[in-house]
Design a protein around this ligand. Structure first.
Ligand SMILES: N[C@@H](Cc1ccccc1)C(=O)O
Length: 482
């Protein structure tokens, strides 16, 4: 029987031959060849009908709690105290509450001590305990099947008591087929084989005599994961591309912001609940920032006239971590020169915002928002809906609907929802037309459409996550796949 075998196939077969064996565990072979290679080569041999592999799943037991049993803790305590009995009501001084019942149960079950008149009385504080012996043994022999029937019952008890748990281990066997057994009856010679052509081999003409094995591109190999960009960054870039293609320009503004720009300029009254400690992060040092007196007076006038309260500029000056990117939009509008105010503008900002929220599956104190504004003659609510539809469609949401909403700085306002298969309608963005109370103090006459989208929420939907914390966990397995 003449068969073209790769040098590694011959090597592997020779191990069977030299050891006079017909099968091996993968682990046993590992001292001859790396595991990856054995698996690859045995697949080749399988293709040639010389060997086969067999996979077995083995149940293993492992110790998950190394502490003494509560009953042993009692015995050790008494020994130390030179006593042999204890009142049950005093057990709480040596054991955590949840262990007391377990200890009493175990003492009765195993007959370690007598329980009489509210007392536990030991004859022998150094009693022997099979459960402890089995636990010790588990550390040496992990396979469940290595234990006797008696021991297996004890293992089940230990599992119930929370001291051990089961797991599985895969065992791979490599066996010769009849054809393989036949094959190793003949001596196996391992002669030179060329796997890599070198200049020397070509020039010297050695290649003419040597065996050059052809590539087999179908051979299974280990997956390779190239470096890649974090999914959140990828989505941010993608959204930027979409907005740039829709004619928007990117703007930025400070993360540390005054309440003035974050709230006052947006016509949020100073007693608005969003402005309190439990919702917003305030800076410890420095506590206050500068604002233009001129603008401050105009905003004060609007607030006092419309909201009817005493505006306090000390509140305006307080420094916070901005709570929304609408602060960027209004800063941009306020920065326009008179000349620029006569031109149309489309800008967006994607950046981090902060809210003092308890962390859970859908809230993080720090997250991303994407905000956009369109300022032009004659733009109206219909245009806003049109642009948002277009934007959400380009983001991959096909079904979109709108409903009325309220924001202090826009009128009318709306909320957009997108439809997700299996999840239903999900609220995804807020939008509206800036109120005159917002635009008047900065002298803007044209209508301004504005919208803001909770960006981490979007990233979550796009990555198929149900817990927003997973986005920042840096779980390598997930990052490789996503
Ligand atoms: N800033 C609002 C969203 C919004 C932006 C622009 C206009 C209307 C609403 C929020 O954080 O929820």
């Amino acid at each position: 029987m003449i068969m073209e075998l790769h040098i590694d196939e011959k090597r592997l077969l020779k191990i069977f031959q030299d050891n006079n064996r017909e099968e091996f565990d993968l682990n046993e072979l590992e001292r001859f060849m790396p595991k990856e290679k054995i698996l690859r080569v045995s697949l080749w041999l399988k293709g040639k009908g010389l060997a086969e592999t067999e996979e077995k799943v083995k149940k293993i037991v492992k110790v998950i709690n190394e502490e003494d049993f509560p009953e042993r803790k009692i015995a050790k305590y008494l020994k130390q105290q030179n006593k042999n009995e204890i009142e049950i009501k005093n057990l709480k001084d040596i054991l955590p509450k949840e262990e007391i019942n377990a200890a009493l149960g175990a003492i009765k079950r195993k007959g370690i001590a007598k329980i009489e008149k509210g007392k536990i009385i030991f004859d022998n504080l150094d009693y022997e305990d099979v459960e402890e012996e089995v636990l010790k043994k588990i550390k040496e022999y992990k396979y469940f099947d290595n234990f006797s029937e008696e021991e297996k019952k004890i293992i089940e008890i230990l599992k119930k008591r929370g001291y051990v748990d089961f797991d599985e281990e895969k065992e791979i066997k490599i066996k010769l087929t009849e054809k393989g057994k036949e094959f190793i009856k003949e001596p196996i010679e391992i002669e030179g084989e060329i796997t890599q052509l070198t200049r020397d081999i070509i020039i010297s003409g050695k290649w003419k005599k040597a065996y050059i094995r052809p590539y087999d591109v179908k051979v299974p190999t280990k997956p390779v994961y190239p470096a890649k960009i974090h999914p959140l960054t990828r989505i941010i870039r993608e959204v930027k591309e979409i907005l740039l293609a829709m004619g928007f320009k990117e703007v930025k503004s400070p993360i540390v912001e005054t309440e003035f720009w974050n709230f006052d300029m947006l016509f949020e009254p100073q007693d608005h609940p969003a402005r309190e400690m439990q919702d917003t992060f305030f800076l410890k040092y420095p506590k206050v920032g500068d604002i233009s007196e001129d603008l401050l007076d105009k905003v004060r006038e609007v607030h006092e006239r419309c909201w009817k309260y005493k505006f306090d500029e000390n509140v305006s000056k307080r420094l916070i971590l901005r709570t929304h990117t609408t602060a960027s939009s209004i800063r941009y509008l306020a920065s326009l020169s008179d000349d620029e105010k006569n031109k149309p503008h489309k800008v967006f900002c994607i950046d981090r915002v902060f809210r003092n929220e308890a962390i859970d599956y859908k809230h993080l104190p720090e997250f991303y928002q994407c905000e956009g504004i369109i300022m032009d003659d004659n733009v109206n609510f219909n245009n806003l809906i049109g642009v948002l539809k277009e934007f959400l469609n380009r983001l991959g949401f096909e079904k979109v609907r709108f409903r009325p909403a309220y924001f202090p700085f826009t009128e009318p306002s709306l909320e957009a929802e997108v439809y997700l298969e299996g999840k239903g309608w999900l609220e995804i963005l807020g939008a509206g037309i800036f109120r005159p109370e917002v635009l008047d103090p900065i002298g803007i006459k044209k209508p301004v459409l504005a919208w803001g989208i909770g960006f981490s929420r979007l990233a979550m939907l796009r990555c198929g996550l149900t817990d927003i914390r997973d986005l920042h966990k840096n779980d390598l397995d997930w990052l490789k796949r996503v």
